[in-house]
Write a protein that binds this ligand. Structure first.
Ligand code: FES
Length: 131
């Protein structure tokens, strides 16, 4: 019979401290979506390829589907929902949330509409997209 191991962890998620006991095998993406109800990061490929699950993890872009939550106890996590002012979201962030868009779709739309490459977008957009 399989035995699960659990660990108590605390994360700052979009500026809000969150503490919970979590199975060590749970990814950061699943912790956010299934345990905390934070649905801004999306589960696309679940293999680190599409970028739909991108968050800022201690200030660095990370694909949350590839990160074990337990490995980031004490970390600061910022999702698309936590970026900027909730009353005045950046247009890209607003469109992402409103249309449940995937990162590759946004990359393509931004590039074709503006000619701006992903690496030239502000850090807020960078959190939503894959390079
Ligand atoms: S869900 Fe596709 S990179 Fe994480």
């Amino acid at each position: 019979m399989e035995s699960a191991h659990f660990t108590d962890i605390t994360l700052d998620v979009d500026g809000r401290p969150r503490s919970l006991r979590i199975d060590n095998r749970v990814t950061l993406l699943d912790l956010l979506r299934e345990h905390l109800g934070v649905t801004a990061p999306k589960k696309g490929c679940d293999h680190g390829q599409c970028g739909s699950c991108t968050v800022l993890l201690d200030g660095r872009r990370a694909t949350s589907c590839l990160a074990f939550a337990v490995a980031h106890d004490g970390a600061q996590v910022v999702t698309a929902a936590g970026l900027g002012d909730t009353d005045a979201l950046h247009p890209v962030a607003a469109a992402f949330l409103e249309h449940d868009g995937s990162a590759p779709a946004i990359v393509n739309a931004v590039y074709h509409a503006t000619g701006v490459r992903v690496r030239d977008l502000p850090v807020m957009c960078d959190a939503l997209l894959t390079a």
